[in-house]
Design a protein around this ligand. Structure first.
Ligand code: 13P
Length: 322
């Protein structure tokens, strides 16, 4: 069942967070919906501009129509992640999205406001929600000066002004995370003081955590043991930090990297252990199962288990390998 993104965000605020999963393949869509069905948790399905170009927008829409039919109990919204003005306009016009993210955070403040405002006007005319971004998702290094850290993190006063002037529905804030496997160095973690200041300025307003992958050490170790060469110091957002972030207004947590790490581990291990095999369906089946388990566990960490309104008796469809 598709829902309006804004309704899911409002229902979650301060109580739990929505896992917003970046997916682009049939196996990922199956795993995502199966995991959400198991957890009876509402989810956000996210497609970036890059993913839309990779798979083709029509293919992704067809996958979602299939998932909706196969997993009817799953409560979800569809979101265009990291769009520019053109891709947001295209996604909105397609009629397949419940919300878009306009990422104009690289622009100076006034231009970010103007660009975001234009997208908000178009979106609200269609009844769709807009996520915007303020601050830089760059990651903070221990050795950075305080001034350099300040320049990256979202400024709370600016955030208040930005939301008032743009009318956006949710805001991605920079509180120390970055995208990818290498988020933190040394003692860095989420900047809770900054988050608390933003929440004080924007009470009840949904905040979004980008770069939400945990990058589990064990996953990186297994990938490297099976021939990978990832930096063993790679680390992400500690799951223990998420409940505090949720209490401080984080209502949506974006996750892409963790799903890719599981894909890499499953396929590396499979082909290392079975060098004579060349059947994509065998590791594919394992990946669907593992990704589903990951999604269900992540929804539990986010406090979202059982929060899918109306998910009375979800039925998880089987992926047949023959
Ligand atoms: P990760 O790289 O931590 O998975 O973040 C994904 C993300 O924020 C997509 O917008």
């Amino acid at each position: 069942m598709r829902h309006a993104t804004i309704e899911l965000l409002q229902a979650a605020y301060g109580r739990y967070a929505l896992g917003a999963f970046n997916v682009s393949s049939m196996e990922q869509v199956h795993g995502l919906f199966r995991g959400a069905a198991q957890a009876r948790a509402p989810i956000i399905v996210q497609f970036t501009r890059v993913m839309r170009n990779y798979a083709h927008p029509r293919m992704l829409e067809a996958l979602l129509r299939g998932a909706e039919e196969i997993y009817p109990a799953v409560v979800f919204a569809v979101h265009h992640d990291h769009g520019d003005e053109a891709s947001c306009a295209e996604a909105m016009a397609s009629g397949h999205y419940n919300s878009v993210m306009i990422d104009a955070s690289h622009q100076p403040f006034a231009e970010n406001v103007a660009t975001t405002r234009r997208v908000v006007e178009q979106a609200h005319a269609r009844g769709l929600a807009v996520e915007a971004e303020l601050g830089l998702l760059q990651g903070i290094e221990d050795e950075m000066s305080v001034d350099a850290q300040e320049a990256i993190l979202t400024d709370p006063a600016q955030a208040e002004e930005f939301v008032r002037r743009t009318g956006c529905d949710s805001l991605a804030v920079a509180i120390g995370t970055s995208h990818g496997a290498y988020k933190f160095s040394g003692q860095q973690g989420l900047h809770f003081d900054r988050l608390a200041e933003i929440q004080t300025r924007l009470p009840g307003f949904p905040l979004v955590l980008h770069g939400g992958s945990a990058v589990p050490v064990r996953e990186v170790e297994r990938i490297n043991a099976a021939g990978g060469q990832l930096d063993p110091s790679a680390c992400g957002v500690a799951e223990s930090e998420l409940p505090r972030a949720i209490a401080s207004g984080i209502t949506k947590v974006n996750i892409g990297t963790d799903g890719r790490l599981i894909w890499t581990r499953v396929h590396r291990e499979f082909f290392q252990q079975s060098p004579r095999e060349f059947d994509f369906m065998q590791p594919g089946k394992t990946y669907v199962e593992e990704f589903a388990a990951f999604v269900a566990a992540k929804c539990a960490t986010l406090g979202a288990v059982g929060k899918a309104a109306g998910a009375a008796s979800p039925v998880a469809a089987e992926v047949k390998s023959d």
